[in-house]
Design a protein around this ligand. Structure first.
Ligand code: GLA
Length: 348
C-alpha cells in the first residue's frame, strides 16, 4: 500500500492545572489536553507545493513551494511555513498538499491555539508522507522551533507536550529536567474546573513573555548555573531584583506542582484550590505576568465561590482558570474544561 491520498489530523489545546513558567526552567508542570483543538485535512498534490486555507480566518490562503517557505509572512501562515521547513530540516519526508485548517480554540487566549495548530499540521503532513511516528519530545521540539524561529515567541515545550500526550481523565505531570511524563488521574467528582475569558488577547512574541525568559537566563548566568532547576532558596536570595523574584516564583511553583499531585491523589480539592490561589499570587507579584483584565476575571471566579483561581499559560491576558466546589455556580461566560485525549490522526 502506498502513502494515503488524504488524511485528517487533530490536535487539542491545553489547560495547565499548575506549574507556570517552569517548562523553560527545567521544572515541573501539570497540564491536560482539552476537547477543543485544531483539525487539519490534507490531500496530496501532484507537485511539491503547499496550498493552505484557514477556514477560521475568512478562508485566507497561502501557497508556496516546499523548500521555499522563507521569508516568514506573519500570522497563521508563519506556522504552516515554519512546520514544513522544520520537518524538512529534521530530514523527515514531505509531500505537496492542499491543507484545510479549522479549529475551535480561541486564538491568543491562553489555551494554546498555536501548539494545537503546529501539532495538527505535523501529524497531517507526516501521515500524508507515510512517515514513521515522531516521539513526543522530538515532535514538541520541532514545533517549538516553529514558535522560536518563525513566529518569534521564545516559548518552551509545555503546550506541545500537553497537546501530544493528553489522555482522557488525566493531567500529565511533566518533568522538564528528566524528560519523564506521567499521567495523574484528574477526577474531581462534583467539583469542576472552568475557564473564563479575561477578554484580553496576547501574542507571546509581543508580550513580556520573551523578557521573562531572558530574565531567567540572566538569573542563571549570575548564579553560574545552566538552569533554574539547579537554584536553591539561598542562591536565589543573592540575586538582584527583579531576577530574585522571577527565580523564586519558579522554585516555589515547582513545589506547588508536587503538592497539587499529592492533593489530587488524596481528593483534597480545597488544598488544590489553595495551591491555585498561591500560584496566581506568585505569577502576579513575583513573576508579574498578570494584568488588570486578568485580575478582574480572577476576582469574578473567586466571588462566585471558586476554591482557587489563577492566570493561565504565559499570562498577559487570555483565559483564567477556576476550581468550583460542588455547590458554587460558575459566573456567566465560564466554560467547564475536562481532560481529553491527545493529538491523533483521525482518518487516513
Ligand atoms: C506559554 C508557553 C509555554 C509556557 C507557558 C507558561 O503557554 O507557550 O511554553 O512557558 O506559557 O507556563
Amino acid at each position: 500500500m502506498g502513502p494515503p491520498e488524504r488524511v485528517t489530523a487533530f490536535a487539542p489545546g491545553r489547560v495547565n492545572l499548575i506549574g507556570e513558567h517552569t517548562d523553560y526552567n527545567g521544572g515541573l508542570a501539570l497540564p491536560f489536553a482539552i476537547d477543543a483543538g485544531v483539525t487539519v485535512r490534507a490531500s496530496a498534490l501532484g507537485e511539491r507545493r503547499i496550498s493552505a486555507l484557514a477556514a477560521d480566518f475568512e478562508d485566507e490562503r497561502d501557497s508556496f513551494m516546499l523548500g521555499g517557505e522563507a521569508p516568514s509572512p506573519g500570522g497563521w501562515r508563519s506556522f504552516v511555513r515554519g512546520v514544513c521547513a522544520e520537518l524538512a530540516a529534521e530530514g523527515l519526508p514531505l509531500r505537496g498538499a492542499t491543507l484545510e485548517i479549522s479549529g475551535d480554540v480561541p486564538v491568543g487566549a491562553g489555551l494554546s491555539s498555536s501548539a494545537a495548530l503546529e501539532v495538527a499540521l505535523c501529524l497531517a503532513l507526516l501521515a500524508l508522507a507515510d512517515a514513521d511516528v515522531v516521539p513526543p519530545w522530538p515532535l514538541a521540539r520541532i514545533c517549538s522551533r516553529v514558535e522560536n524561529e518563525w513566529v518569534g515567541a521564545q516559548t518552551g515545550l509545555l503546550d506541545q507536550l500537553a497537546s501530544i500526550c493528553g489522555r482522557d481523565r488525566a493531567a500529565m505531570l511533566i518533568d522538564f529536567h528528566t524528560g519523564v511524563i506521567e499521567p495523574v488521574a484528574l477526577q474531581l467528582g462534583a467539583w469542576r474546573l472552568v475557564t473564563l475569558d479575561s477578554g484580553e488577547r496576547h501574542e507571546h512574541a509581543g508580550s513580556g513573555y520573551n523578557e521573562r525568559r531572558a530574565e531567567c537566563e540572566a538569573a542563571c548566568a549570575a548564579l553560574g548555573i545552566a538552569s533554574l532547576h539547579d537554584a536553591d532558596a539561598e542562591m536565589i536570595s543573592r540575586l538582584p531584583s527583579p531576577l530574585a523574584q522571577r527565580a523564586l516564583h519558579v522554585f516555589e511553583e515547582n513545589g506547588r506542582v508536587l503538592a497539587a499531585v499529592a492533593a489530587l491523589r488524596t481528593n483534597d480539592f480545597e488544598e488544590l484550590g489553595a495551591l491555585l490561589d498561591a500560584s496566581h499570587a506568585s505569577l502576579r507579584d513575583l513573576y508579574e505576568v498578570s494584568t488588570a483584565e486578568v485580575e478582574a476575571a480572577v476576582a469574578r471566579l473567586k466571588s462566585a465561590g471558586a476554591a482557587g483561581a489563577r492566570v493561565l499559560g504565559g499570562g498577559f491576558g487570555g483565559h483564567v482558570l477556576g476550581l468550583m466546589p460542588p455547590d458554587a455556580a460558575a459566573p456567566a461566560g465560564a466554560a467547564e474544561v475536562r481532560p481529553g485525549a491527545g493529538a491523533r490522526v483521525l482518518e487516513r
